[in-house]
Design a protein around this ligand. Structure first.
Ligand SMILES: Nc1ncnc2c1ncn2[C@@H]1O[C@H](COP(=O)(O)OP(=O)(O)OP(=O)(O)O)[C@@H](O)[C@H]1O
Length: 553
């Protein structure tokens, strides 16, 4: 094996090329040589935060390898762990998910670069319906292609992709009007724009008729034969579609039930006594065999365990293991230089402001195409949300509560309420940009809000706040708001009994002292309003920072 590996490279350096993959091992170049993905002892856990069961294992210690130029079907019954395994291999796991084990890309531990060398086609199509197919692809090209790509090259690339994926005839149609199959192809086309050597597709054929599904997989097959590595999760492929996959990974309850050549799967199952009936779709047969039926749950689980255990010691598993061991061995011994090859072959994404400009342009296009909905939405957010709501609220509450009946106090109360509303909105904006999902944003925002509310001065005397909460006075717009509203009402009042209850009763000395001690002065009012405006600006800046970070991703 060692002898076969030695060859020479064009730059004169000695290379190690594997008889298994026909690629060199002296440098790391997924873009030029395609991607061989290998993983060892991979487990995926989701954190449940439940008492007694803090996490759940979804993928159970699986190893495997996928060579450059393969089209791989990742199959199993619902809940088997297909999406979890694929997202772990794609370096795109969701929040609260922990991946344990090693994944190598041509012998290099996977990392942030995965987003540069791979595409991920999601199960749900995320489109802006009012754009045309061509507009969508041109904007995606602006957002994804290398910043050094010329305008001519970009146009050429979009045209080529539309031609390859048979989208030319519908290029001027709005996305809302094209068929399901065309939408899937458009989604695939968006991922192909950067020509990634590695592609992950989550149920690309779901919702397609058999003809469109076959056409899509045939395209993938063609791309795989040109050197791409394509991994697809797939449900119930027809026999013709199933045959187009070079490799199949069958998962059951997070374990490997089979991995290897599609054509060999029948032999493995037959060796365990599971013979595919004549005229039966093999894919259906495997999924059925690995499904847990509610009527016979225990026996199904036992049968699945037996299949997985047999696979683990089978020749098919050993064949995969040879590839995995070899990849890991080469990774350990070759010390593949990464920086050189990265700078040579890696794309440089568009600048952040380019992305922001094109995202804004896309949003404006959307507004132009559907003005009523969007203008109403903008007006709703800008006017009623941030100005009209406080005006209505203050007008009603002010009268009912019988607060100071002069225009000056009313206007100041209104101003403070509008600013408070704006700071709260800016805080929400910051949290929604900082977190990946609504639940995770809420899990921090709600306690944060409660702390600010409790320490706003209504429920607790601020001078008695424990040290651990004393920081709140720097950011608590609720406290500044409460103080300003109190100042507006109490400034200039020196005698509660005289001015508010009965002007005939003289003010007590103690009462006057208490009022004098409370500094209800216009200076404090100004300080509070300025503090709230500063907090609002800081929240907006942080929101922009988090947005920028997301766009950079
Ligand atoms: N965040 C989570 N919390 C709890 N359980 C989870 C979480 N994510 C996934 N699971 C569980 O892990 C198992 C595997 O999920 P996964 O989505 O990977 O399965 P799948 O094979 O892709 O299923 P399907 O074909 O139905 O999409 C399922 O039982 C699922 O309920």
């Amino acid at each position: 094996m060692e002898d076969q590996r030695s060859s020479s490279h064009s730059d004169g350096s000695a290379t190690e090329s594997s008889p298994l993959f026909g690629r060199s091992y002296t440098y790391w170049s997924p873009v030029e040589e395609g991607v061989t993905l290998s993983w060892r002892d991979l487990s995926v856990y989701v954190l449940l935060k439940q008492k007694g069961q803090p996490y759940k294992r979804i993928i159970n210690n699986v190893s495997g390898a996928v060579r450059a130029g393969s089209l791989v079907a990742l199959m199993g019954s619902s809940g088997a762990g297909k999406t979890s395994l694929m997202t772990a291999l794609a370096y795109r796991t969701a929040d609260h998910t922990v991946v344990e084990g090693d994944v190598l890309v041509n012998g290099q531990p996977m990392g942030d670069y995965m987003r540069d060398i791979s595409g991920f086609m999601h199960q749900v199509d995320l489109f802006i319906d009012h754009l045309t197919v061509s507009e969508h692809l041109h904007i995606m090209a602006r957002l994804r292609l290398d910043r050094r790509t010329t305008s001519q090259e970009r146009k050429q690339r979009v045209l080529e992709i539309m031609r390859n994926l048979s989208l030319l005839k519908c290029r001027r149609s709005k996305i809302s009007t094209i068929s399901g199959g065309e939408k899937k192809r458009l989604s695939f086309a968006s991922e192909l724009l950067t020509d990634p050597p590695l592609l992950f597709c989550d149920e690309p054929t779901t919702g397609l008729d058999s003809y469109s599904a076959q056409k899509l997989i045939a395209m993938m097959n063609l791309m795989a034969s040109s050197g791409k590595t394509i991994v697809c999760t797939i449900h119930q492929p027809s026999s013709q579609i199933f045959k187009m996959f070079s490799q199949v990974i069958l998962l059951a309850s997070g374990r490997l039930a089979y991995m290897g050549a599609t054509s060999n799967a029948a032999e493995f199952f037959e060796s365990l006594g599971y013979r595919i009936p004549a005229n039966y779709n093999p894919a259906d047969f495997y999924i059925r065999t690995l499904a847990v039926l509610p009527v016979s749950e225990d026996s199904c689980k036992q049968a699945i365990k037996t299949i997985c255990d047999h696979f683990a010691v089978s020749d098919f598993a050993k064949e995969i293991d040879v590839i995995v061991q070899y990849e890991f061995h080469m990774a350990r011994t070759m010390q593949i230089p990464t920086l050189f090859t990265k700078s040579r072959s890696f794309r440089k994404g568009p600048f952040c402001w380019t992305k922001l400009t094109w995202l804004t342009y896309r949003y404006l296009l959307e507004i132009v195409r559907k003005p009523t909905t969007h203008l109403l939405r903008i007006l709703h957010k800008m006017l009623p949300g941030l100005i009209m709501d406080p005006i209505l609220f203050v007008s009603v509450a002010y009268t009912i509560a019988g607060l100071r009946q002069d225009l000056h106090s009313f206007s100041l109360t209104l101003l403070v309420t509008i600013i408070t509303m704006n700071v709260a909105t800016a805080c929400g904006l910051m949290f929604s940009n900082a977190f990946e999902s609504v639940p995770s944003a809420f899990s921090v925002l709600v306690p944060f809000d409660y702390i600010l509310m409790i320490t706003s001065g209504i429920f607790i005397k601020l001078s008695t706040l424990p040290v651990i909460l004393s920081w709140t006075k720097y950011i608590s717009w609720l406290m500044y708001s409460m103080e300003s509203l109190s100042i507006i009402q109490w400034n200039g009042v020196h005698n509660i009994s005289c001015e508010y209850i009965n002007p005939e009763i003289p003010c007590t000395t103690e009462g006057r002292e208490v009022l004098d001690k409370l500094s209800f002065s216009q200076n404090n009012l100004l300080r509070d309003i300025i503090s709230m405006i500063v907090i609002c600006i800081v929240f907006h800046l942080l929101a922009l920072f988090f947005l920028w970070k997301r766009i950079r991703k």
